[in-house]
Design a protein around this ligand. Sequence first.
Ligand SMILES: *Cc1c(COP(=O)(O)O)cnc(C)c1O
Length: 238
Amino acid sequence: MTTISNPLQDILATIELTKTNANCPQQVTLLAVSKAQSASMMREAYTAGQTKFGENYLQEALEKQTELTDLAIEWHFIGPIQSNKTQAIAQHFSWVHSVDRLKIAQRLNDTRPKNLPPLQICIQLNISNEVSKGGVAPQDLEELASNIVSLPQLKLRGLMAIPAPTNNVHEQRAQFKQVRECYDALLAKGFVLDTLSIGMSGDYKVAIEQGATIVRIGSALFGSRLGLTKKDTVTNED
Ligand SMILES: *Cc1c(COP(=O)(O)O)cnc(C)c1O
């Protein structure tokens, strides 16, 4: 029995229980957020059955990818994107959850290798209006979505959001509900979407009740990151 197996099974069981209790019709996928976790820890999680992993920092992810080439991992990029990193992201990931402006979408499209399937995209939505955080404002969402749909090497799947952290379940629910309403508004306009990437370790049950189809879970699965996260050096930020 690997050390990661118990928390993994617990989270998967909690996801199912939450769906049952709230009568949720949607499928919910667990994305294991492995930033600041070692390649060997990821290998353990993979051996325990987890195949989808989310990474925030390109350099760290690329190093782990070279150690894990023998595993059929589906790699998701979920961190802030600098424009000088778009080519490597387009080459080395299947999904990007954190697209929040057209320039980045265009560069991902232009550098996505033609022999690979389209890059699966979520637009990151900023519902908390914090200037410091990533994400497109709700009023600019539809235009960005329309532009992304016209890019052939990208496939728009849905929305991602990181609400302001709070332990208050009512506040969690209100924030996820806002994301859900923006998602439903796009569906009503005719966009074909199937992905709502909301919910992290502290709030994924509430996110599932509000329609999450991907929950991005790090610390509840791997334990705390102990401040080990190694950030890419910020150069040439646009
Ligand atoms: C770190 C991170 C997570 C996981 O957070 P936990 O609270 O450890 O589950 C999810 N999404 C994004 C974008 C992150 O940066």
